[in-house]
Design a protein around this ligand. Structure first.
Ligand SMILES: [Zn+2]
Length: 182
């Protein structure tokens, strides 16, 4: 028998506040849990008088995001809409980029500054504005592309500056292991 990991209070709260508006598949994806696990939890919660709506196969009910105040369909585990989360990720990445920029040699820094303006990639076709669900998905796709581009850029900068944390760790280990072997 497979043992499911214990439900945290955060996951339970999320299921009550946000999860139940989503189709079952999305709940499973957001929590990284199986359908059985989610269904079982919802059933148990109902038994204890918690208000968990019926789990649906399709369709999402829109809900107001407490961060941006907009009516949204997609939410992350922290209860904030996926679009707000994506914006926050991009912001964090850009903050790291400006740090990485400082670590670059002057000559490379100007190259990166120059290309900064040109990094827009072609966005996917915008859907009908009236279709709010599709618009939200579209916005999310655009933001994810932007984030991935920023991430790649940060990686390149760190490689150039020799400050990639993973590489640094790797070199350190290499250095500390080799002398003992000799
Ligand atoms: Zn939001």
């Amino acid at each position: 028998m497979r043992t499911e990991r214990t439900w945290t209070p955060e996951e339970t709260a999320w299921l009550v506040q946000i999860g139940h508006r989503l189709p079952l598949e999305d709940i499973c994806e957001a929590l990284g849990r199986s359908e059985e696990s989610v269904k079982c939890k919802a059933k148990r919660m109902r038994l204890y008088g918690r208000n968990v709506g019926p789990l649906r196969k399709t369709g999402t009910i829109a809900c107001i995001c407490k961060s941006c105040g907009r009516s949204r369909y997609r939410f992350s585990r922290n209860g904030i809409c996926s679009i707000c989360n994506e914006h926050a990720k991009i912001q964090r990445c850009e903050a790291r980029m400006s740090d990485a920029l400082r670590d670059l040699p002057q000559s490379l820094r100007s190259v990166y500054m120059e290309t900064e303006a040109k990094r827009e990639s072609k966005a996917p076709t915008m859907p009908n504005r009236q279709d709010r669900r599709a618009m939200e998905e579209w916005e999310l796709v655009c933001l994810r592309r932007q984030y991935n581009a920023a991430k790649k850029r940060l990686q390149r900068m760190r490689e150039h500056a020799g400050t990639n944390p993973i590489l640094k760790q790797f070199r350190k280990n290499e250095y500390s292991v080799n002398p003992k072997e000799n």
